[in-house]
Ligand binder design. Structure first.
Ligand SMILES: Cc1cc2nc3c(=O)[nH]c(=O)nc-3n(C[C@H](O)[C@H](O)[C@H](O)COP(=O)(O)OP(=O)(O)OC[C@H]3O[C@@H](n4cnc5c(N)ncnc54)[C@H](O)[C@@H]3O)c2cc1C
Length: 389
């Protein structure tokens, strides 16, 4: 019996478990496989340091500039060295391990190799979760249940709080970590927008190692195949300029979806249950960045759970505070705006983007807003939106 059972020890679940454990409540952190490397670009903006100050000193590649290419290969580059903190590029295996250990050190109990697959119910209420483990089925009871097991969460569907993602609601991506000599500026991230709804990236992990990937958004999933666009991206002559070698060592490769339409507001909470992170859609509809928003959602859900346990009121009425927290409302609002902007980017086969990059080079304010939107998940101002029109 635990006060809180958290299913999934990714960024959202680990942050949530850490905060609850620190407050003295008993937390079970259920994880399918701690050796799984979450398919991800691994870009984490400097906002992470607020939640994990210890990462400032960690040995992850620091990033000080971004290079974005429109489909017609117009390049817009922005550098913030000596102006702002660096972003970091992480290998998710190492990153998830680091922040999971913070949760464990704070008192959360990790149950690895446990696949949660259903709820335990009593009198029509979910009172725990059932897991499959190498030694059979194990059950974990909790006063509050937190679903943090990502995009493909079974519990999120079984909770009845949301439906399965539809093809047009997701990004589908394929990425790899490769090793070999390259011509990348290792302190810069590279984005290449495509004439259809999609983009590719190259993300340096150190001098010799990089994460490379390509993805499709929403309706492009119907017309294109992710394996094909990934292979096409790798062989694009413009990409080859950065990666001239014929033989890069592929260390790891995977394909995975992510939510493309922002937070599923209606699914965030129920009676003694909350959904956080990717499982609830906390991913930027423009950049696909979700690590920071997932951690914020985990943090706020934890604070809500602590307040509910302190007051011995765990009904949906109390947990509603998670959704109405100003940070969560801000993320929801921000992501909604971004859906419209993302659509605009890709209109006219991406030519809008090319025009925007040209404008950003000429006008400082516009440039700052564009960068803040991509890098720091900030909502665009009215002025910016007017200019776009
Ligand atoms: C290709 C790709 C590229 C991306 N690039 C970036 C990027 O560069 N920057 C960025 O910020 N975001 C990026 N994202 C998004 C980012 O990966 C997610 O937003 C983030 O990982 C969400 O964290 P989470 O904890 O909610 O879910 P996850 O990271 O998916 O963690 C879920 C955890 O639950 C576990 N789990 C799953 N099912 C079960 C189960 N049944 N039982 C128990 N445990 C389970 C998993 O093993 C995992 O540890 C990318 C996503 C993809 C797919």
């Amino acid at each position: 019996m635990f006060d809180v059972v958290v299913s999934g020890a990714g960024p959202a679940g680990s942050k949530c478990a850490e905060i609850i454990a620190k407050s003295g409540y008993k937390v079970a952190l259920i994880e399918r496989d701690t050796n799984w490397r979450k398919p991800c670009g691994g870009i984490v903006s400097s906002r992470i340091f607020k939640y994990y100050p210890q990462l400032r000193k960690a040995n992850f590649q620091q990033i000080f500039s971004i290079s974005m290419y429109s489909p017609d290969f117009y390049n817009f580059r922005y550098t913030w060295k000596n102006l702002l903190d660096p972003a970091i590029n992480v290998d998710r295996l190492e990153f998830d391990d680091t922040i999971r250990n913070v949760a464990i050190d704070s008192g959360a109990e990790l149950f690895d190799n446990h696949i949660s697959f259903d709820f335990i119910t009593k009198d029509n209420q979910n009172i725990g979760i059932k897991t499959r483990t190498p030694s059979g089925i194990k059950e974990y009871l909790g006063k509050i249940i937190i679903i943090a097991d990502g995009m493909s969460s079974k519990l999120a569907i079984k909770s009845g709080l949301r439906e399965k993602w539809k093809t047009k609601e997701i990004y589908t991506c394929k990425c790899a970590i490769m090793e070999g000599k390259n011509l990348l500026d290792k302190e810069s991230n590279y984005f290449f927008f495509r004439p259809y709804k999609g983009y590719g990236w190259i993300i340096p992990l150190n001098d010799n190692k990089f994460n490379i990937g390509a993805g499709l958004a929403k309706e492009a999933n119907v017309s294109f195949n992710v394996n094909e666009i990934y292979s096409e991206f790798l062989h694009d002559p413009n990409i080859k300029k950065f990666l001239p070698s014929l033989n890069y060592k592929e260390i790891w490769k995977a394909a995975y979806p992510l939510p493309a339409l922002g937070v599923k507001e209606k699914c965030l909470f129920g009676d003694n249950i909350m959904i956080i992170g990717d499982a609830a859609g906390f991913v930027s509809p423009i950049s696909g960045e979700g690590i920071h928003a997932s951690i914020v959602s985990g943090n706020i859900a934890a604070e809500t759970a602590i307040m509910a346990l302190d007051n011995e009121k765990i009904s949906r009425e109390t947990l509603r505070r998670y959704k109405s927290h100003p940070y969560i409302k801000k993320i929801i609002r921000n992501f909604k705006l971004k859906i419209a902007i993302a659509n605009f980017f890709f209109e006219n086969k991406g030519r809008n983007l090319s025009k925007m990059f040209q404008l950003a080079e000429k006008e400082e304010n516009f440039r700052d807003e564009l960068v803040n939107m991509f890098l720091f998940n900030q909502a665009p101002s009215k002025d910016f939106l007017l200019k776009l029109k």
